[in-house]
Design a protein around this ligand. Sequence first.
Ligand code: OGA
Ligand code: MN
Length: 278
Amino acid sequence: MHRGEGQGRPCRSFPQCTGGAESEGQAPTSHNAPGVAHFSSFRQAPPTMHRAAARLPLPGPGPLRRAAAAWPRRALCGEAPALVRASGPGVARRLRGQAGVRPGFLSGPEEAALGRELEPQLRRRRYQFDHWDGAIHGFRETEIAQWSEESQEILQRVRGTAFPPGMSPLSLVHVLDLDKSGYIKPHIDSVKFCGCTIAGLSLLSSSVMRLVSEQNPEDWMDLLLPRRSLYILRGPARYEFTHEILKDEESFFDGQKISRERRISVICRNLPVPPAPS
Ligand code: OGA
Ligand code: MN
């Protein structure tokens, strides 16, 4: 349905998402205004086209720019290196601060509270085992705008941790319920509907997320996502690498089996940033 709609020029993203690389890109000639996206629009199968999006300049000097520039170091400083394995030191360096996992982000009671809120909404839907875009198997999903006060506090904490100041988070939060047999194939989230940062909570099960470079498929990084952790992908990790969640049979991290049970993810994204007026 929406697949391929994001194939135009990408929206601009902040360079802090690239780890501070300076601008080499051209300003985009047109802006893909974010429309109303069905959650299916979030996923695009590769190949995609938005490498330049990660290299575009910030809107201009000022406090927002300074705050944003300081943000990447702060936001992922709690990441756990043991939860990340890269194909080599080059990839590890390139994705440092761009792909990270925070174990224990949720307490047990917080996970339970989110689960109590989500279960009735998910139960109304059927697991799908053959999705139209082929990117995902054995899942049901929804988007939620209204949350209990307790959940709102958790989501605020996610946003405060993951998003740079001044960025507009999408008001709808994506909830994805993967059956034990479910998995997500390699894809890149639509650049039309989602900005430079993807932040996801993992409920009920640990899993392995694999990032693979679109340009050099031998470059990869595995992230171990423990139950109750938060992961953050941004910049190159979001634009230049596909991400996937491995199926149970293939769910190994550093040679160790990571049993995949039913898993619910709660994913916060931000809006693509419109280009500065010329
Ligand atoms: C997606 C996706 C990852 C997750 O829905 O696009 O990549 O953590 N989900 O469920
Ligand atoms: Mn995705």
